[in-house]
Design a protein. Structure first.
Lengths: 112, 119
């Protein structure tokens, strides 16, 4: 089973920041949080990942709470092309056998 | 550096036929993962392979499905005697080997998928 829970859907106005929450209350101390997105029926696309510090790259920012039980993905200026299903993932397994278990994700709709 | 290559992109099979889905990982990647996505659902883990080894097949149906990743050549997901319920998108992902500072921090790279339709 997935170790994360996300709201099923969200809307965001074009040009505004999209803040996508994720709960991962059972995360272990050495487990990373990964975010992927799937646009229409394409293969999932890597966005960002983090352990405990906030992270930023050219696509997004990742804010992880101090207790690491939840995180938020921020798309600073959403565009119509950001409409997609966003998956928050915590890997499961042990060293050498890690795998991603996808949850149901959040369907983000960016509105013109 | 080509990404993860999956072929065919679309595959139509009649009930009872065999389906073979191929996945060539990114150069330098020796770990391959297969996922299945039914319409309007999330991705379900099927199997994790390293070269010549199946590491985790906990998501594979017990019958008709098999996977391999030989020393040379692509990874193959094989479905025998397909049924309508096998119609789905099958995605392959790859990652590099190894551990850095005690943690595997590399993300997966996914292919574009193979859409299997059983008629």
């Amino acid at each position: 089973d997935a170790k994360t829970t996300q709201p099923p859907s969200m809307d965001c106005a074009e040009g505004r920041a999209a803040n996508l929450p994720c709960n991962h209350s059972t995360i272990s101390g050495n487990e990373y949080v990964y975010w992927y997105r799937q646009i229409h029926s394409q293969g999932p696309q890597y966005i960002i990942h983090g352990l405990k510090n906030n992270e930023t790259n050219e696509m997004a920012s990742l804010i992880i709470t101090e207790d690491r039980k939840s995180s938020t993905l921020i798309l600073p200026h959403a565009t119509l092309r950001d409409t997609a299903v966003y998956y928050c993932i915590v890997r499961v397994g042990t060293s050498g056998t890690y795998k991603y278990i996808f949850g149901t994700g959040t369907r983000l709709k960016v509105l013109a | 550096n080509a990404g993860v290559m999956q072929n065919p992109r679309h595959l139509v099979r009649r009930r009872g036929q065999e389906a073979r889905l191929r996945c060539s990982p990114m150069k330098g990647h020796s770990h391959v993962y297969w996922y299945r996505q039914l319409p309007e659902e999330g991705l379900k883990f099927m199997v994790y392979l390293q070269k010549e080894n199946i590491i985790d097949e906990s998501g594979m149906p017990k019958e008709r499905f098999s996977a391999e990743f030989p020393k040379e050549g692509p990874s193959i997901l094989r479905i025998q005697q397909v049924v309508r319920g096998d119609s789905a998108a099958y995605f392959c992902a790859s990652s590099p080997p190894g551990v850095r500072s005690g943690q595997e921090v590399y993300g997966y790279t996914f292919g574009s998928g193979t859409r299997l339709t059983v008629v």
